[in-house]
Write a protein that binds this ligand. Structure first.
Ligand code: 4NP
Length: 203
């Protein structure tokens, strides 16, 4: 399995000129239901667009991971259709992942971006933090902060409206190809957003 953390992401061949020296790298968590179709597809494509698993990773990215709101497939490899589409569309053949359920509250506290694929994921994620607050596992400020980090990955798709990535699990390969087109586009949008944010913060 690829490592999901970089202790220091400071080198880049192509991006250092646009990266303020003080910019703090950010961590990104992709979330779907089962963590075998959409969020691993999102993780695999974002790793590729950020060169994360190379010797010249994007300097603004410290950690990339994915998980599910459910534990149905915990420990499983990504769906073979996810891996096949990643290979066919992007030449990504080395991506490995073991499905896991989101950890409450640590994932919400540790990651800077918690990106949901669809509306159900959004609702589940927000409900998890509401329950954590009710149980006293987090305080009001932590709940508010965590909730702010949760958004649709499709917010970064470049369209006026947030886009959902539909669950392709029960359909054919075509659904996986549509999901690929979306998450690949969203990944480029997210990276632009992170770069713009860093430039803004560095002013
Ligand atoms: P994912 O797709 O949330 O994109 O990983 C699913 C995979 C498995 C199931 C549902 C959705 N399932 O019910 O087993």
């Amino acid at each position: 399995m690829a490592s999901n953390t970089r202790s220091q992401a400071t080198t880049s061949t192509s991006d250092t000129s646009t990266t303020p020296p003080t910019a703090k790298p950010v961590s990104v968590l992709f979330v779907c239901l089962g963590n075998i179709c959409r969020s691993p597809m999102a993780e695999g494509t974002f790793r590729a667009v950020t060169n994360f698993d190379t010797d010249h990773p994007h300097p603004l990215i410290s950690r990339i991971d994915s998980c599910g709101t459910g534990a149905y497939h915990a420990g499983d490899q990504p769906d073979p259709r996810t891996l096949s589409v990643l290979a066919a569309k992007a030449g990504i053949t080395t991506y490995r992942h073991k499905a896991r359920k989101i950890k409450v509250p640590s994932d919400f506290l540790e990651f800077d971006y918690v990106l949901a694929m669809d509306e159900d994921n959004m609702i589940d994620l927000r409900d998890m933090m509401k329950r954590a607050r009710k149980k006293g596992v987090v305080d009001a400020r932590q709940q508010e902060e965590a909730t702010r980090k949760v958004c649709f990955y499709g917010r970064f798709g470049g369209k006026a409206e947030d886009e959902e990535v539909q669950d392709p699990y029960y359909g054919g390969r075509n659904g996986f190809e549509i999901a690929y087109e979306q998450v690949e586009r969203f990944g480029r949008g997210l990276l632009k957003h992170i770069e713009a944010q860093a430039a803004e913060d560095g002013k």
